[in-house]
Every structure is written in structure tokens, then in C-alpha cells.
Write a protein that binds this ligand. Sequence first.
Ligand code: CAA
Length: 257
Amino acid sequence: MEDLIFEKGESALITINRPKALNALNRELIENLARVLRDVRHDRTIRVLIVTGAGDRAFVAGADIAAMSQMTAVDGLEFTRLIHRVMQTIEDLPIPVIAAVNGFALGGGLELAMACDLIVASDTARFGQPEINLALIPGAGGTQRLPHRIGHARARALVMTGEMIDAKTALEWGLLNQVVAPDQLMPEARKLAEKLLSKSAVALRHAKAALRASFTMEEDAGLRFEQAAFGLSFASDDRVEGTKAFVEKRDPKWQHK
Ligand code: CAA
């Protein structure tokens, strides 16, 4: 899998590795990503995942336009279904996922970042949904996730004009968690991963599932989902330890169960 580098660890790292094509996503790469995500899902030793792009120019500059130029309508439909499944797999992972955006995050690249839980970007990063310039529309979740993240007015402007925004604007619009100097991107992403590793994995799993419900459910059902998840979190050993440690004025020791 030359187009994807997977480094295992408590905090694992996936690097999209097609820097000559600004890490554009073709079918083979997406299928490889799906395979690696399956491994991540089943490996209980991985507790945080970071996703980034190779090189210093792009996180991912979108779906591979050269490949799409050869597709039929049926191919296009299969392609969008495949890429949607991968985005959903990331959202459904039971661990937090951090996007470390090191340059252009366009089209499927912005959509990949938005499928992650937290986004740290270098101050050189640029974001957009430029599909309109190809007489296409976002096909990896952008029409749904973008308005959810930055509101309808801004999402409509990005999708309909195809214009890019810089990292400072993306931070102001609430798309990003953090903007840092390029040489600080991976150190800051790893620092954030360390912070997450210091939490109970079981509590993070419940938190992620409940936050995801705010996207997939109506508010009333989402509030009920939160009640169920909150109740369920009482069943963990970590909850017993966390509340006890607070009362005893000491640091908790998590078992992650
Ligand atoms: N697909 C295929 N190749 C791409 C690519 C893409 N999305 N983006 C960049 N490349 C390739 C270029 O063709 C070029 O290759 P060659 O050196 O072989 O010519 C190389 O990467 C470097 O790119 P540029 O020379 O264009 O670099 P630049 O600095 O002049 O411009 C850019 C950078 C503004 C990001 C420009 O490359 C660009 O506009 N890329 C396309 C962005 C885009 O439209 N993305 C959306 C794709 S559609 C999509 O993603 C659908 C979906 O939702 C699933």
C-alpha cells in the first residue's frame, strides 16, 4: 500500500501518500483506507487515530479528477457510495480521530477532515468545496457535514462559489480546533492525542457516540440517546474509579473498561 502509510501505536497515524497528485483520492487508495480502518476498528490497543497527508502542500486535494474524467454515471455512483462508507466508518470508530491538515483540504479532502472528530491545521492550509468548477457537487458528505459545522449561509457560499478559505477564516468559522505553524502541526496533533490518551477510552467512546447523535438524530431522539449513553457510562469500572478518585483527591487510574 504505497499510497497509504499506516503506523500503529496507542496513537496510530495514517498518512495519505500521493504527494505528486496532492494526495488526491482514487478508488484504490480509498479501498486501502477502508482496509486500514477495519484494522484500526478491531485493534483494541489503538486508542487515538491521527490522519494526515504526505508532503507540505496538501492534506488531500479532493477526489482524483483524472480518474473521475474516465467514469461513467454508474462508476460515479459506485465511487460516491464507496467514499461515503469510508467517511462513515471514520465517524463510527469507537476512538477519537484527529485530522492534521498540512495544506490543501479540498473537496473530498475537506470532507475527510470533517469526518474526523477534531481538526488541527497548519496556517498554510486552505479549505474548500471546489467541485462546482468541475460541474460536480461534493460527493463525500460535504453538502451535509459542512452546513452542520459552519452553518447554512457559509456552507452554501463555499459549495456554490467553489471558493477557498484560509486557515484563519476556517478557525473563525468554527471548522477547526486549532491553527499552528507548519513545523508545529504534528507535534501539536500528537500533544492533542496525548491529552485524549489520558482519558478513559470507554468514556470517550460514549462521548463520541452521543456527539454523533447530534448529527444523525432529531434533537428529542438525540437527548434520549444521551440519557442512555450517560446511564451506560455508569456501568464502567472507570466511572467508579473517576468519581472515587475525585472524592479521595487523587488522580484516577483508568482501566479503559
Ligand atoms: N485530482 C487529481 N490530481 C490532482 C488533484 C486532484 N484532485 N489535485 C491536484 N492534482 C495534481 C495536479 O494535476 C498536478 O499534477 P501534475 O503535476 O501531474 O500536473 C499536481 O497534483 C499538482 O497540482 P497543481 O499543478 O494543480 O498545483 P497548483 O499549486 O497549481 O494548484 C490546487 C493546487 C489549487 C489544489 C489545484 O491542484 C486544484 O485545483 N486541484 C483540484 C482541487 C479540486 O477540485 N478538488 C475537488 C475534487 S472533486 C471531489 O473531491 C469530489 C468529492 O467530493 C468526492
